[in-house]
Ligand binder design. Structure first.
Ligand code: PMP
Length: 456
C-alpha cells in the first residue's frame, strides 16, 4: 500500500477534545444511552490501523463494523471515488449508468448459482427488507423464518427477523416472522454431542417447525451463511445443503444474508461457496466496497427476477446504485482480484489466525472455543472450560459485564481495538493485513486474555 502522507499519529489533544465536544453536542449515536457514552475521537486511519488525537495507534480488529475488508484509505478506491465525483457524482436509479452496470456485472459474476440481477440498496438492512419483500411477492406467502442467533439489520422488517436481543425493544411488530434454532454445537440448542448429530437435529427441528407453521404459509427462510454478530458459528457442512433441500421441497425461497460474510471475509468471495449451496436471494453490503460509500444490495435468481419481468417490482430507493458507491465497488472488486485479497484472507485463516488463536485457547483458561475461517474468527470466553459458563451472563450490562470490559480495556492498552459482543471477542481485521500485523494482534490478545483469565 502507498504510505499515508502522515502515517505516524501525532498528539493533538486539544483538537481531539474539540472534536469530541462537538460530537457530544449534536450527534445522536446508534445503540447507545446518549448520556453514558464517551466516543473516541479518531484523527485518521490507514490500512489495518487508525489513530486518535492523543497519539495512540490501534490495530483495528473490528474492521469498523466488519466492513473495511481492504482496510482504510485504499489508494485505488479513493482515486476511483474522486474520479467518479469529477465525472458524474450522482444520477437517479431509473437511468442506465456505466459504473452502475459494471458494479452489477462484477457482483453477479462472483455470486453463486444464477444470481444474475442486482438490486442496489444503501446498506444491509435495506437489502434484507427488499429480499423479504421479493420472497413474499414471489411466493404469495406471508411468513419468513429466521434464526434466534442472528442479526439482519435495524429497520422494521430486518430487526424483526433478527434473533439477538437488539430486537427485543421492537418485538411488538414481529407479525409474519417465525424463529427457529440453527446449529451451534458448542452451546447446542439440541443437546447434541457431535457435529453430525447437531446437523441432523437442527434440520429435523426446522422441518418440524415448518410442518406446524404450515409450509404453504412460508415465503422464505433467511440465514446468515456464517452467522456473524451472534458469534461466527460456522455451520456443520451438511446443514446449508439440507436447508436448501427443504426449501426446494416446500417451494420456500432461501435467502442467504452475506452482508457480513461476503466479499472475501471468509476466504471466498461468498461464504456459500464453502458449503456448495446457492440461495435464491443473497443480501450483501459492507465488503462490496469496504464501506467507503454506503452500498448494499440483493442478488436475485433468474426465477425470482422473472416474477418481476412484466409485473413491476414495488420497491425502490432514491440512492439505489449511487454512482459514487458503485465506482467504489468496481475499484474495490478489481483491487481485491489483483491483490488476491480473498486468497490472502483464506491464507490468514488457515496459517496465521486459526492456528494462532487455537494456541491462545490452549494456554488461556478463559478461552472456551475458537471458531471461524478466513479473516472471521470468534473467541467464546468462559468462566469455566468444563461447564462452558460464559465469562459474562447473556446480554449483561454494567457491573455484570465487568470481565468483558476489563478484557476490552486491556486490548486497547496493548494497541488493539477489539470487537466485543456479550461473552465473545471477534478477530475480524482487514482481509489484507500482513502476517506480521496479524501476529501483532495475536500478541495483544495474549496480553488481554491474561486479564480475562483472572475472572475464571
Ligand atoms: N445483515 C447482517 C448479517 C449484518 O451483519 C448486518 C450489519 N452488521 C446487517 C444485515 C445490517 O446491515 P446495515 O447495518 O448496513 O443495515
Amino acid at each position: 500500500m502507498t504510505p499515508h502522507a502522515d502515517p505516524a499519529p501525532h498528539a493533538d489533544p486539544e483538537t481531539g477534545a474539540a472534536v469530541k465536544a462537538a460530537d457530544r453536542a449534536h450527534v445522536f449515536h446508534s445503540w447507545s444511552a446518549q448520556g453514558l457514552i464517551d466516543p473516541l475521537a479518531v484523527a485518521g486511519a490507514e490500512g489495518a490501523y487508525f489513530w486518535d488525537y492523543d497519539g495512540n495507534r490501534y490495530l483495528d480488529f473490528t474492521s469498523g463494523l466488519v466492513y473495511t475488508n481492504i482496510g482504510y484509505q485504499h489508494p485505488r478506491v479513493v482515486a476511483a471515488i474522486q474520479e467518479q465525483a469529477a465525472r458524474m457524482t450522482t444520477f437517479a436509479p431509473a437511468f442506465a449508468i456505466d459504473v452502475r452496470s459494471e458494479a452489477a456485472r462484477l457482483i453477479a459474476e462472483r455470486t453463486p448459482g444464477d444470481l444474475d440481477k442486482i438490486f442496489f440498496t444503501n446498506g444491509g438492512a435495506e437489502a434484507v427488507e427488499n429480499a423479504a419483500r421479493m420472497a413474499r411477492l414471489h411466493t404469495g406467502r406471508p411468513k419468513i423464518m429466521s434464526a434466534y442467533r442472528s442479526y439482519h439489520g435495524a429497520t422494521s422488517t430486518a430487526i424483526n427477523l433478527t434473533g439477538d436481543p437488539r430486537r427485543w425493544a421492537s418485538d411488538t411488530a414481529s407479525a409474519g416472522v417465525v424463529r427457529f434454532w440453527a446449529p451451534f454445537l458448542y452451546r447446542s440448542p439440541f443437546h447434541a454431542e457431535n457435529e453430525a448429530q447437531e446437523c441432523e437435529r437442527a434440520l429435523r427441528h426446522l422441518e418440524d417447525t415448518i410442518a406446524f407453521e404450515g409450509p404453504q404459509s412460508i415465503a422464505a427462510i433467511i440465514l446468515e451463511t456464517v452467522p456473524g454478530t451472534a458469534g461466527i458459528m460456522t455451520p456443520p457442512p451438511g446443514y446449508l445443503p439440507g436447508v436448501r433441500e427443504i426449501c426446494d421441497r416446500y417451494g420456500i425461497v432461501l435467502v442467504l444474508d452475506e452482508v457480513m460474510a461476503g466479499f472475501g471475509r471468509t476466504g471466498a468471495w461468498f461464504a456459500a461457496e464453502h458449503y456448495g449451496v446457492a440461495p435464491d436471494l443473497l443480501t450483501f453490503a459492507k465488503g462490496v466496497n469496504s464501506g467507503y460509500v454506503p452500498l448494499g444490495g440483493v442478488a436475485i435468481s433468474a426465477e425470482i427476477a422473472a416474477t418481476f419481468d412484466k409485473r413491476p417490482y414495488p420497491g425502490g430507493l432514491t440512492y439505489s446504485g449511487h454512482p459514487l458507491a458503485c465506482a467504489a465497488a468496481v475499484a474495490t472488486i478489481r483491487a481485491m482480484e489483483e491483490e488476491k485479497v480473498v486468497e490472502r484472507a483464506a491464507h490468514l485463516g488457515e496459517h496465521v489466525l486459526g492456528p494462532g488463536l487455537r494456541e491462545l485457547a490452549e494456554r488461556h483458561p478463559s478461552v472456551g472455543e475458537v471458531r471461524g475461517l478466513g479473516a472471521f474468527w470468534a473467541l467464546d470466553l468462559v468462566r469455566n472450560k468444563e461447564t462452558r459458563e460464559p465469562l459474562v451472563p447473556y446480554n449483561a450490562t454494567g457491573e455484570a459485564n465487568a470481565p468483558m470490559a476489563a478484557f476490552g480495556a486491556a486490548c486497547k492498552k496493548n494497541g488493539l481495538w477489539p470487537f466485543i459482543n456479550m461473552n465473545r471477542t471477534h478477530a475480524v481485521p482487514a482481509c489484507n493485513i500482513t502476517e506480521a500485523e496479524a501476529k501483532e494482534g495475536l500478541a495483544a490478545f495474549d496480553a488481554a486474555l491474561a486479564v480475562a483469565d483472572e475472572y475464571t
